[in-house]
Design a protein around this ligand. Structure first.
Ligand SMILES: Nc1ncnc2c1ncn2[C@@H]1O[C@H](COP(=O)(O)OP(=O)(O)O)[C@@H](O)[C@H]1O
Ligand SMILES: [Mg+2]
Length: 273
């Protein structure tokens, strides 16, 4: 059964989509069968892998409308271990309809039943708000990765998101855990970065990934050319950082699989700041 990981925080421009796409590609390169789900109606994750309007037949829009089953919305990518379900939301009318349907937070979870069996990992790219689509992703997920932009985050926003995750545990998904907090667009040795990173570590040390994503133009360029960084410039620092993140997550998964769920959950609550 796949490990379902949502990439979420209710904020835009922090590296959610870049993380979803490049983590999914790195897991695929490590020969983990991976499905990337584009839950943001802007379709940015699909675009980052070269899926434009003309190349998408069906996507999350059809899945949420019960027009298509998840299996029929899956598209192959250039990487043989990586598949994607694009958003396929081209108009504001479709976006409005998708938002309304997503008020039912259980749709993604039920749509993934069956489809997830064919994968080791399902990575869900979320929009920059909680309502509907992110709530669906957190209801379906085993864990969540929280990307924070190095030097430009507020601890208050991270605290609030942790509270929201606790609420989702209470009302919809008691086994949801925090996979980790990921520092993105990191530029070391600036005063603001050093101070804010220290603050984050002192409060959330146990949740911090060891891997840190540097600020790296190859990641932006790769996205522009519709490729994951590993296929655009495999030697770039950006693609190396996402490979390292994938290794950490694969190692975590082995631990999770050897630990009974209930025990893991108790362990995590105990760890919380
Ligand atoms: N590590 C990075 N280094 C440089 N640019 C980055 C990095 N991560 C993301 N970006 C760029 O920052 C912008 C926002 O990233 P994106 O992943 O789309 O954020 P989100 O999905 O949270 O809105 C994009 O233009 C992206 O190419
Ligand atoms: Mg995005």
């Amino acid at each position: 059964m796949a490990r379902i990981i949502a990439i979420a925080i209710p904020k835009g421009g922090v590296g959610k989509t870049t993380t979803a796409v490049n983590l999914a590609a790195s897991l695929a390169v490590a020969e983990q069968r991976t499905l990337l789900i584009d839950m943001d109606s802007s379709g940015a994750a699909g675009l980052s892998l070269g899926f434009t309007e003309g190349t998408i037949k069906t996507g999350m829009f059809e899945v949420f409308n019960f027009i298509s089953r998840m299996n029929h919305a899956i598209h192959k990518t250039e990487l043989s271990f990586l598949d994607i379900v694009p958003a396929n939301v081209q108009t504001l009318q479709r976006e409005e309809r998708l938002m309304r349907l997503a008020d039912n937070r259980a749709i993604l979870r039920s749509a993934l039943q069956g489809a997830a069996e064919n994968y080791d990992y399902v990575i869900v790219d979320c929009p920059p708000f909680l309502r509907g689509l992110t709530t669906n992703a957190l209801t379906a997920a085993d864990s969540v990765i929280i990307p924070v932009k190095s030097g430009h985050f507020s601890l208050d926003a991270v605290d609030k998101f942790f509270k929201f995750i606790e609420w989702i545990r209470d009302v919809a998904n008691k086994s949801l855990s925090v996979e980790g907090i990921l520092l993105t667009m990191h530029e070391p040795n600036t005063r603001v970065t050093d101070i804010t990173t220290r603050e984050l570590h002192s409060k959330y040390r146990r949740f911090m990934f060891e891997s840190v994503i540097p600020k790296n133009t190859a990641l932006t360029e790769a996205c522009f050319y519709g490729k994951p960084a590993i296929l655009y410039n495999a030697n770039s620092r950006g693609s190396g950082a996402y490979l390292s993140l994938a290794r950490e997550i694969i190692a975590h998964s082995h631990e999770h699989r050897s630990l009974p769920r209930v025990q893991h959950h108790a362990h995590e609550i105990g760890q919380q700041a």
